[in-house]
Design a protein around this ligand. Sequence first.
Ligand code: HEM
Length: 358
Amino acid sequence: MAKLSSSSAAVAALGVWVLFALLAEQGQLALAEAGYTTGGVDGVEGTVKRMVEEAIRCKPSLGPALVRLLFHDCWVNGCDASVLLERTPYNSTKGVEKKAANNIGLDGFDLIDKIKAVVGEGVSCADILAFAARDAAYVLSRGNIWYTIPGGRKDGVNSSAEYADASLPGSTFSYDELVKNFGARNFTPEELVVLSGAHSIGVCHKSSFADRLLLNVSAAGQINPVYQAALTADVTVKSGSPPYDSNPTEMNNIRDMDPRFRTASGYNATGVNTAANNTLDNSYYTANLQNMVLLKSDWELTTNDFAKGKLIEYKNNGTDWNIDFANAMAKLSSLTVTPPAGQYQEIRKNCRVINNYY
Ligand code: HEM
C-alpha cells in the first residue's frame, strides 16, 4: 500500500476536517455519524420522497396536510416534531398539541409513522416531517417548488395544547396581529403574504370560517356576498344530507370548487388554470383579490396597502411566488429552539412518544 507523505497526510486530514465542518454547518453531522446519507435517491431523502409521492397518489388530501403539519410543528417551539406526540410527561393539563383548537383537521401522522419504520431509528421525526412537507410541496406544485434543507433536527419531549393555541395564528386575527405573530419568529410581512399562499390547496372545516357566513360580514365588504351565499348554501346541503356532517369542509381555493359553484359565485378565473385542481400555485392571490377566501385572516391581507401590493404582485407573477414560497418554506423548516431548562432533545424511536416514557 502506498504510504502517504506527511504533507499529503496533512492535506487528507484537512480534507476530512473540512468535510465534517461542512456537514456540521449544514446540520447533517448527526445523520452522517449515524451512518445515513440524507441526499440522493438512495439516501433518507430519496426514501421519504418516494413514500410521499406514493401516499399522495393514493390519498391526495395528504399533500396539503403535510404542508400544514410542518407549519404547525415549526411555529410552536421550532421544528422538533412536538406536534406528533400522543403523550408526554411534560404536557399541559389540556393535553398535547394535537388537542389544540387551532390544530383542527391535522393529518399525515400515519404516513410519518410509515416513513419512520422504513428510514429507521437514527433519523429524527422532525427531519422526516421537514423532508415530507418539502416533497409534498414539490408534488402539489407539479415540480415548480423545490428547496434544499439540511437534516440534523432533533425531536423535542414537550408538547402542549395551550402553548400551541397561544403560538399559532388564529383565523380571526387582524392584519396587525398576524404581522406580530410572524414577526415574533422573525418572519416579515412579505413572508406572511407569501406563506398564506399555501391556502391555494386543502380544506377548511365550517367551524373555521363560520364567522364569515354572517350577513354583517358581507355587508361590511369583508367577503363577496355572492360567494358567501354560495358557500352558505353548500354547507347547508352538506350538513342536511347523508352523512349529515355538522362540521363539513370546503375547499380553501374557489378554483377547486365545483364549476357550478364557481359560476354561481361570479368567480373570474382569468390567469388561473381551473383544470389544475389541488395545485399549489399563485391562484390563491386571484381568489383573495376577488374577496373569495374562506378565512378572515386571508381577507385581512387585503386591508393593508403593503400586503395588498404583494397580493397583486404574486397574482401577476407565479414564478416569483414559487421562488419566494420555496425560500420561506426553507426558512420555516430551519426554525429551531433551545429546549427550556430541565428538558432535552433526542431522536425518537417512535414519533408518537418520547423514548423514556413509562
Ligand atoms: C397566516 C396565518 C394562518 C392561519 C390563521 C391559518 C389558518 C388555517 C385554518 C383555520 C385552516 C383550516 C383548518 C380546518 O378547519 O381544518 C388552515 C388550513 C390550511 N393551512 Fe393555514 N393558516 C395560516 C397560515 C398557513 C401557513 C403559513 C401554511 C403553510 C405554509 C398553511 C397551510 C395550510 C394548509 C395547506 C391548509 C389545508 C390543510 C388540509 O387540507 O389538510 N397555513 N389554515
